[in-house]
Design a protein around this ligand. Structure first.
Ligand code: BTN
Length: 234
């Protein structure tokens, strides 16, 4: 592991290969390291996604976890904030137009480019971000739904931009939900979702200030979704 100062006031822990940068961050938070801290790896052997899923991270991407203390108690709002920081970073550095799929995915050309996993540890949070940059070959199960950013952007440069933007949004208290809404690939579209074990369909009509997705069904009943999988119906 290399350890060096990479961003002003943010300690960076850098790895060639690790199980999961989120796990490493959580272990070190428990040990009382100075925060904020950034964990970055060239590849992960057990990259974690939401709801216990894997995140393919065998190299060719940016795999980072930013550990920090914040007054923001809602993990969902932090996920939304991080998605805004990632989307703005990619657009600023590459000029590419990305979309955000509620709540934690960044899309490029209709395919998943990035996933975000926020986890709380005591009074700190870990914001884990995985971006496919130049993955040589995606596994069969995701090869039709995942995409690389392409180009020649370095993971370090993107990590630095994202970190600065996350810290900037948190410290400034700047409003960010409006940008998130403007980038949503779901708003105004028919979606399906599972609630209490039942499958529903409806129109995604809004994202409220807590980051919840508001869906109306054909009888105008409103569902406020604070977590879970939502699928876009073509
Ligand atoms: C998802 O798509 O469900 C979320 C994926 C989050 C992946 C990132 S990669 C860096 C960090 N370490 C992990 O183990 N997971 C996150």
């Amino acid at each position: 592991m290399r350890r060096f100062l990479f961003l002003k006031g943010v300690k960076v822990y850098s790895f060639n290969r690790i199980d999961s940068t989120n796990n490493e961050a959580k272990i070190r938070i428990e040990k009382g390291i100075k925060l904020p801290a950034l964990f970055i790896a060239k590849s992960q052997t057990a990259g974690k996604g939401t709801r216990g899923r894997n995140f393919y991270s065998d190299g060719g991407g940016l795999y980072m976890s930013l550990a920090l203390k914040t007054d923001e108690t809602k993990v969902q709002r932090l996920t939304v904030l991080a998605a805004v920081a990632v989307a703005q970073s990619i657009e600023a550095l590459t000029g590419k137009n990305v979309g955000i799929k509620w709540v934690n995915d960044i899309y490029l050309g209709g395919k998943k480019l990035c996933g975000i996993l926020c986890e709380r540890v005591n009074d700190a949070v870990v914001i884990g971000i995985g971006v496919n940059l130049f993955v040589k070959e995606f596994p069969d199960e995701i090869k039709d739904i995942a995409v690389n950013l392409g180009g020649s952007i370095s993971p370090e440069k993107l990590a630095k931009e994202i970190t600065n933007r996350i810290l900037g949004l948190i410290c400034s208290g700047q409003e960010f939900i409006e940008y998130y809404r403007s980038k949503s690939v779901l708003l105004g579209k028919e979606v399906s979702y599972v609630l209490n074990g039942n499958l529903y369909t409806g129109m995604a009509v809004d994202i409220d200030d807590s980051g919840a997705l508001i869906v109306k069904d054909s009888e105008q009943n409103t569902a406020i979704l604070s977590s879970g999988d939502v699928t876009l119906i073509k």
